[in-house]
Design a protein around this ligand. Structure first.
Ligand SMILES: Nc1ncnc2c1ncn2[C@@H]1O[C@H](COP(=O)(O)OP(=O)(O)OP(=O)(O)O)[C@@H](O)[C@H]1O
Ligand SMILES: [Mg+2]
Length: 244
């Protein structure tokens, strides 16, 4: 078993009088991609934000490489992580400017920024959009920029919260295939949230299922669903027409 990078223990998260999360233990090991699945309102985004140290739980601890997050170290820890949300949240500047922004904030030297921006724009197939303003992008292009921005940070942990759920099927499929390859190539530790189970086999075989704020199942895709993972779905067959 690989080393644990991030671990949440005894997490309770309350909003108003409602308990939104109650998690005994949830962890990410070095290099693995875990798909966090569950229906709308299950608490997936809340758990993702607790793990990403963006939300402080009412009870419990999140440890990053063995060190519990606290008020003093949380900012430094966050800088070693990157998050991509469903809405791309781009800055009102160019595509290249968006990918560079986080690197500038982290004080990375100019030539290194340029190298990383060029690489990730190329890798996500958006080099030709480098000078385009963010508001002029399609949904799929915007999410490519968000992914480039996240990978350019070379995070130790990557969080993806339903990054493709607003995209049409062919765009989603193309991005899932590309992201799957990038995750395998970089080996970055990743938490991928989705309510669409059919997305999971493109990215990983590790699944954790959340229901009413509790982890109810975890294991391989087959263990959790009692069915072999398949990438080719009914929709893929229909949309093959776009690839002809
Ligand atoms: N700011 C808030 N105030 C009160 N309740 C909230 C707040 N944010 C989330 N909740 C509630 O917490 C629960 C879990 O929300 P969360 O967004 O984590 O679910 P989710 O699994 O990500 O759902 P979805 O699939 O719709 O994104 C929901 O019942 C939601 O209404
Ligand atoms: Mg959510």
């Amino acid at each position: 078993m690989n080393k644990i990078v991030l671990e949440a223990r005894g997490i309770q998260f309350v909003r108003g009088k409602r308990e939104i999360l109650n998690i005994g233990r949830f962890s990410l090991s070095e290099g693995e991609t875990v798909a966090l699945i569950g229906p709308n309102g299950a608490g997936k985004s809340t758990l993702l934000q607790v793990m990403a140290l963006l939300l402080k739980p009412d009870r419990g601890v999140v440890e990053f490489r063995g060190a519990p997050a606290n008020g003093k170290n949380v900012l430094a820890m966050r800088r070693r992580m990157a998050v991509v949300f469903q809405e791309s949240l781009l800055l009102n500047t160019t595509v290249a400017g968006n990918v560079a922004a986080g690197l500038k904030l982290r004080g990375i030297p100019g030539p290194e920024i340029k190298k990383r921006v060029d690489y990730w724009l190329e890798r996500l197939g958006i080099k030709h959009l480098a000078g385009r303003r963010a508001y002029q992008l399609s949904g799929g292009e915007s999410q490519r920029v968000s992914l480039a921005r996240a990978f350019a940070l070379e995070p130790e942990v990557l969080f993806l919260d339903e990054p493709f759920s607003a995209l049409d099927f062919p765009t989603r499929l193309a991005l899932l295939r590309e992201l799957g390859k990038i995750l395998r190539d970089t080996g970055v530790t990743t938490l991928f949230v989705t309510h669409d189970f059919s997305e999971v086999p493109y990215l990983t075989d590790r699944v954790a299922m959340l229901k009413n704020g509790r982890l109810v199942k975890a294991g391989t895709f087959e263990e959790v669903f009692q069915i072999k993972p398949r990438k080719e779905t009914y929709l893929t067959s229909l949309y093959r027409i776009f690839e002809e």
